[in-house]
Design a protein around this ligand. Sequence first.
Ligand code: SF4
Length: 403
Amino acid sequence: MDNILDVKGLSVQFSTHAGVLTAVRDASFFVKSGEVLAIVGESGSGKSVLTQSLVRLMPDPPCQIAGGEAWFEGKDLTKLTETELEGIRGKKISVIFQDAMTALNPTMKIGKQITEVILEHMNFNGKERSSFAEELVQAFAISGHKAVDKWLMEHFRMEQDRIDQVRNKIIDMLGSRDAKVKVAEWIKKEGNITRQQAYDIAVSLLKLVKIPEAERRMSQYIFQFSGGMRQRVMIAMALACRPNLLIADEPTTALDVTIKSEVLELLISLIRELQTSIILITHDLGIVASYADRIHVMYAGSFVEKGLDKDIFYNPQHPYTKGLLAAIPRLDLNAQEKLKNIEGVPPNMLDTHKGCPFAPRCEYCMEVCLQFPPPETVLSETQSASCWLLDPRAENARKAFHI
Ligand code: SF4
């Protein structure tokens, strides 16, 4: 599978009255096409800042990308202008927020909100039309017919049967002398969608997320929906433009436990069907157990362990990951046994910690942990962790702590 997103050494800072706060420190990760990547960690570990800063949802100032790169479809998101980013945010990368009640507009009917998203992101102005036409002419000269299908799929989110209908017409245009002008005119006439078409798409999206009486619901406001239904509306809106990447930021935290898994199951089945990749952010390892392909554990703005779901659940290596797993309530727990927790609190992100940020809470802490940040140790093809105990130079310490 190809990587749809490649983030290298990303750091995000906030300028505050008390000083500079580094919320994300040198984070590197990738997302493969069609996979579910889960980012887990306590509240305040930097998960949301990391992902929301990719599409600049954090206000600048005070939030700023202090370094690193984030490659998406051949473009470094950190270097794009606001206008360039508008062509990606909401269209190719969508976000589902924790609480639909605050994320959606309470004064606008649901149908209008979804329709507006579709019209805003799926229609193109004159400048975009000519740039898309030029892109297609160039791609066609290099890759031939295949370039047409890819172009229709990427820019117009067309299904295969619709592509089959229009492909030959576009190829004819590309064979003419004024190909660019003709393609730009075709986009204006047929590539753009009308308000009625957008409305119909919105209704079908509500049906897709299993909202009963979708047509009637289109004219209701968000406060007229239950918690689970509100989250479904937000999923529908996020999927409106068939994004390539979906960032689901604690999508079920505001829901009660009975509908949590129902909503999550619906979300995962939809993104599998639409072949969208997803970054699932949560503080609850129990939630990701059934859905994630890979899991990254975050602490104090850095990744401390990365691995496949089976690596993290059956062979965790970092003391923090082990602590998180031990804190999950289990049905087979004796009624007298106390739930385990990780003692202490996360560090103040305003402080510049010299060594391992987990050191004050770690039962295995050594002298070296207080002096130097632990390097990332690659443990297998799929797993890595940043802990001095795993460093090949700490053989004796490993034996002593049975790691
Ligand atoms: Fe604990 Fe040291 Fe590993 Fe940090 S580097 S998690 S303090 S053993």
